[in-house]
Structure formats: structure tokens, C-alpha cells
Design a protein around this ligand. Structure first.
Ligand code: CO8
Length: 373
């Protein structure tokens, strides 16, 4: 029987970053401008004044201190408040393709593999640049990979769902090796004028090489013990952007065409769901919580991750058991748990067990149990 392993990971980090203080300064300038422009409606009680944001609130409520972004100036311009990302011609690689190729090259080099060793590319992320042709086929072509490619979107859980697809392909023999790539430009679908969520997201891209255990070489090989996925429908994280928008002009550019969430509800409903999926996944593989040495969790909220780890382990985790990258990157959707894995995997001992676990819109949860070889 063929067993699959993760043998390499890569990370593309955008060069620009925005601190909470910088973000809040721009947001509060927008609020001051809005309230001044609408001062008579506000004093007549026709509209409510907008409220200021605060860097202290953001760090306390989420654990986020900073975010890496594709474009800083557009986001911080109070009259624009969205990244400036110029359209590219059809003859140029798309920006997500550039991110994907950079992350993929690092993953290939870590795995000691050439493009010719890969049979499939899965682009697994929350937002694709266009309807077609698939971004994955563009990336496949740019990397010079012979085989097949497809895109999939399960919001923040895209990478773990993509990992299950890659593991299945390797174990059933339809591919020798698969690249799972998550190029996330979350800032392009974030409403930077919304006080409740303007601080949540950042941009990044991760890549993972999944191949047959017998073909994997090097010091950082992780046998995939198993994968477990779960979805339960919820409107608490929603974005109505889509191809039908233009068929009803009344909805175009409304806030629901960007990311919207009921953060408190998400927190309360998702924490128990994630903890029970990881616990069940361990049990199904005859593993105890004591054997779990690392949890590379989705990076949305620090308190959420502490609670999930505590429920799974039966005690408070230490910082190494559930590493945090949220402070530097913010929520990078599907890339988050993989960034944590990429940065905090090399130091665990041979034989140790860890879990990559993502959770987010859908709701969707993905658990990938690994053993360091
Ligand atoms: N500054 C100051 N005060 C604020 C701010 C702010 N920016 N925002 C809210 N407040 C105030 C509120 O008005 C409220 O005041 P009051 O108590 O007087 O009513 C108070 O602070 C508390 O507000 P909340 O209840 O909203 O605050 P929380 O403590 O719940 O924290 C969080 C908000 C951080 C959003 C938290 O709820 C959270 O992290 N929840 C979990 C979210 C989560 O995991 N989401 C996953 C989504 S990611 C995903 O699935 C990917 C989707 C695809 C990505 C697409 C890219 C965009």
C-alpha cells in the first residue's frame, strides 16, 4: 500500500507590512472625514456617527499586531481603503501565479524535487483571480509541470481539503507527487471601512509537496497518518461576491460583496467543533492527546487557538505546542495553518505526532495528522 508524506513546504511573504497603529490611524482619519461630511445628518439624528477603531482593542481581541500586504499605500489612503493592484494583460502571469510560483519553488527545493517529479497542482484558496482558465493550470504551465491541475475553494480550510485530495491522489496512484498551493490576497476582499473586521486579514502564499513516502528524502519528512474533514452550513462568515452580481444592479458594490462575519458566533460555534474533530481524529488513529506534540492551527484568533488546544490537550498549551504566526501575518485564510507548519516543524523529534488543522467559512474544518519520520 502506498503511503503519502509531506516532504517540503514554501512560503511567499509580501514585502510590505502594516502595523495595527498604521491601520487604525488611516481608519480613524476615514471616520473623522465621514463624520465631518455628514455632520448635519448626524446632528439631526438621521445617521449614526462612525466610531473610531483602536490598536489596543485589535491586539486584545485577536492577537494580531501586524499584517503583510500586497499593497500598503492603497489600504492606508483614507479616500481609497483598498489595495492598489494593477490589472495585468493576458500575456503576463497573474499576481497570484507569481506568488504561487515563488512558494512552490521553495517547497520543491526543500523536498529536493524537480518540477518533472510533480504530476499535479492543486490551487486551494479563498479567492481566485478569474472564472477561467483555472489559476492552477496557469501555475502548472509556469512551472513546466506535465500532468493535471485544478482549483478548489473551501475558504480558510482550502489547504487542508487540498491536502486530503493530494494524499488521495498519491495513495491511489493517480499522481506520484502533488503541489498544494494557497495564494491568498485576503486584503482585496476585506472591507477596510468596517470597524469590526478591518484588522483581520493579511496576504501570503504557501505551498506543500505531497509525495509517496518511498520517494521522499531529506531531514523533514512527515508521514500523513490520516486526514479528516467536516463541513456544516453557516451564514456567519459570508461573502456574496460572484458572477451573478451584475444581473442585479441594485446589489453591486454593497458591503455584502466583501467579507462579513458574526465574529462572536463564529468563535463560540467553531471552537467546540474543531476541538472535537481533532480529538476524534486522534482516537480513530489510536493516538492519545499526550502523544500530540504540536498543533499547527488556523490563525484567526489567539484566544480561539488557546481554547481549542486546551480542550484537546486537557491543559493549557505552551507556546511551542500551538505556535502563533497571527501576530505578524494576521489571518491569511487557508495559508495560516501552513505558515505555522512551515515555520515551526523542523525542531520536533522523529516519531513525534502533530496536526495541521484549519477552520473557517462554510463552516469547514480540516485535520491532517502527521508523524515526523
Ligand atoms: N476598535 C475598537 N472597538 C471595537 C472594534 C475596533 N476595531 N471593533 C469592535 N469593537 C467593539 C465593539 O463595538 C464591541 O463594543 P460593545 O461591547 O460596546 O458592543 C466590542 O468592541 C466587542 O466587539 P466584538 O464582540 O465584535 O469583539 P470580539 O471580542 O468578538 O472580537 C473578533 C472580534 C476578533 C472578530 C473575534 O470575534 C474573532 O476573532 N472571532 C472569530 C473569527 C474567525 O475565526 N473567523 C474566521 C473567518 S476567516 C475565514 O473563514 C476565511 C474567509 C475567507 C477569507 C476572505 C478574505 C477576506
Amino acid at each position: 500500500m502506498i503511503k503519502a508524506a509531506i516532504s517540503g513546504t514554501g512560503l511567499y511573504t509580501p514585502p510590505e507590512s502594516i502595523s495595527n497603529e498604521e491601520l487604525v490611524e488611516a481608519f480613524n482619519q476615514y471616520v473623522a472625514n465621514f463624520n465631518e461630511q455628514h455632520s448635519s445628518d448626524i446632528s439631526d439624528g438621521i445617521i449614526e456617527p462612525l466610531q473610531a477603531s483602536s490598536a489596543e482593542f485589535i491586539e486584545k481581541a485577536s492577537g494580531i499586531k501586524n499584517r503583510r500586504v500586497i499593497n500598503k499605500s492603497g489600504i492606508l489612503d483614507p479616500s481609497r481603503m483598498k489595495p492598489f493592484i494593477a490589472e495585468r494583460s493576458n500575456d503576463e502571469p497573474s499576481i497570484q501565479c507569481d506568488m504561487a510560483v515563488a512558494a512552490a519553488k521553495e517547497a520543491l527545493s526543500q523536498a529536493g524535487k524537480q518540477e518533472s517529479d510533480i504530476d499535479a497542482v492543486i490551487i486551494a484558496c479563498s479567492n481566485m483571480p478569474r472564472a477561467y482558465p483555472a489559476l492552477s493550470v496557469e501555475v502548472q504551465s509556469r512551472l513546466g509541470i506535465d500532468g493535471f491541475a485544478y482549483d478548489m475553494n473551501v475558504a480558510c480550510s482550502s489547504a487542508t481539503f487540498g491536502l486530503q485530495a493530494a494524499v488521495n491522489a498519491v495513495e491511489n496512484g493517480t499522481a506520484r507527487a502533488v503541489l498544494v498551493i494557497s495564494p491568498e490576497i485576503c486584503t482585496a476582499h476585506l472591507n477596510f471601512r468596517d470597524r469590526d473586521s478591518h484588522f483581520i486579514f493579511g496576504d501570503a502564499c504557501t505551498a506543500i509537496v505531497v509525495e509517496r513516502m518511498e520517494d521522499a528524502s531529506g531531514d523533514n519528512i512527515y508521514e500523513v497518518i490520516g486526514t479528516k474533514l467536516k463541513t456544516v452550513f453557516s451564514n456567519n462568515i459570508r461573502n456574496n461576491f460572484g458572477f451573478l452580481n451584475r444581473c442585479d444592479e441594485s446589489g453591486v458594490d454593497k458591503p455584502d460583496k466583501l467579507f462579513i462575519q458574526q465574529g462572536r458566533k463564529v468563535f463560540k460555534e467553531v471552537v467546540p467543533m474543531v476541538a472535537s474533530i481533532i480529538s476524534d481524529h486522534l482516537k480513530e488513529n489510536d493516538l492519545s492527546p499526550e502523544q500530540l506534540k504540536r498543533m499547527w492551527l488556523h490563525q484567526a484568533n489567539l484566544s480561539m487557538n488557546k481554547l481549542i488546544s486546551k480542550k484537546v490537550l486537557g491543559r493549557d498549551p505552551n507556546t511551542l505546542e500551538a505556535p502563533v504566526i497571527l501576530d505578524e501575518y494576521a489571518n491569511t485564510s487557508s495559508a495560516g495553518s501552513v505558515i505555522a507548519f512551515h515555520k515551526y516543524k523542523d525542531d520536533i523529534e522523529k516519531g513525534n505526532i502533530g496536526v495541521i488543522c484549519s477552520f473557517g467559512a462554510g463552516y469547514s474544518v480540516g485535520s491532517v495528522l502527521l508523524r515526523k519520520c
